[in-house]
Design a protein around this ligand. Structure first.
Ligand SMILES: [Zn+2]
Ligand SMILES: [Zn+2]
Length: 343
């Protein structure tokens, strides 16, 4: 079976790997679709991000769906042929954070396609994946592409949960890549009254509108576009920072009202922040990282038709064009979510 392996910056290869049978409690999945994530792109473009560096070849990928090909001993509730969304979140279940219920903060997390630990955690972009049955959520009724959107959507459901009550709130979303666009879908579902979204690319803002943004602003074309939201100590109750850009973070914070919440999702490494505004407006600055229990909810919201994420899938390319898929995902003027078809 073939897998997509990152060796170094801009050195992405499709390579042969051994096909393994499922062990007890495991399933073997014929992968259907894998979505290219911003973190996959960081490994492709820069061999890492922040302090995380690629130190050995690593199979990329963590946004995947597939069909059950074989069941290991003792697996119930799944059948051969089932379409499943596969959660890449694999906490240990026994460390102090797992015991507290903070599974996304697990000390021994084995999240697919991550160079944070060494040896690196190999990813899921492979034609045949063996995983725990408990990672699988049935996705019948969805397309394989939609099922693979469960992972990035989970990230934004977790962020929406961290943000607290969104019912009737005025929300600013800074940066409308796939995560920003999915934050809009999550915030809309959670009852936001008004959603304003910013980006520097018109293509991204088009997707933001399709996901339910009321107002979209191109802050490259008009650097003053957020000015109407500055008076009276700011407008927004909640800001989701999804760009990882230091100037975008600062511009956004200026529009957050007293006692507002700034949710940081963007991964741009360490940044300078306008701490004086945080202090004097009593703003809550919160981080959000990955997810765990939100994964099943993400699949549920799609299966019941409460959210439709299909419009975000802009490109689907076959496995043998993996490098082209990554280069396409890098071009924000034309791409939103780029997916790779494995089977
Ligand atoms: Zn991702
Ligand atoms: Zn743990």
């Amino acid at each position: 079976m073939r897998a997509i392996v990152i060796h170094a910056e801009k050195d992405l290869r499709v390579e042969e790997r051994e096909t393994l049978p499922p062990g007890p409690g495991e399933v073997q999945v014929a992968l259907a679709v894998g979505g290219v994530c911003g973190s996959d792109l960081h490994y492709y473009n820069h061999a890492g991000f922040g302090a995380v560096r690629l130190k050995e070849p690593m199979i990329l990928g963590h946004e995947v769906s597939g069909r059950i090909a074989a069941l290991g001993a003792g697996v119930t509730g799944l059948s051969e042929g089932d379409l499943v969304a596969i959660s890449p979140s694999r906490p240990c279940g026994t460390c102090k954070y797992c015991v507290e219920g903070l599974r996304n903060q697990c000390l021994n997390m084995r999240f697919y396609g991550s160079a944070m630990p060494f040896p690196h955690i190999q990813g899921a972009f492979r034609e045949t994946l063996v995983c725990d049955a408990t990672q699988c959520v049935k996705a019948e009724g969805l397309s394989a592409g939609e099922a693979a959107m469960a992972e990035p959507f989970s990230v934004t459901l977790h962020a929406a949960r961290r943000a607290g009550d969104l019912l009737g709130k005025r929300v600013l979303v800074v940066g409308c890549g796939p995560i920003g666009a999915l934050v809009i879908a999550a915030a809309r579902r959670a009852g936001a009254a008004e959603i304003v979204a910013t980006d520097i690319a018109d293509n991204a803002l088009g997707y933001a509108r399709r996901m339910g943004a009321d107002t979209t602003l191109n802050v490259a074309a008009d650097p003053q576009a957020l000015a109407p939201y500055l008076p009276d100590k700011g407008t927004f109750d909640v800001m989701f920072e999804c760009s990882g850009s230091e100037p975008a973070l600062a511009q956004g914070i200026a529009t957050v009202r007293p006692r507002g919440v700034v949710m940081q999702l963007g991964m741009g490494g360490d940044m300078k922040i306008p701490m004086q505004t945080i202090t004097t407006r009593e703003i809550d600055l919160r981080g959000s990282f990955r997810f765990h229990e939100e994964f099943a909810l993400a699949v549920h919201l799609m299966r019941t038709g409460l959210v439709d994420l299909k419009p975000l899938i802009s490109h689907t390319l076959p496995l043998d064009r993996a490098v082209e898929a990554f280069d396409t995902a890098n071009d924000r003027r034309q791409a939103m979510k780029v997916q790779i078809a494995f089977n």
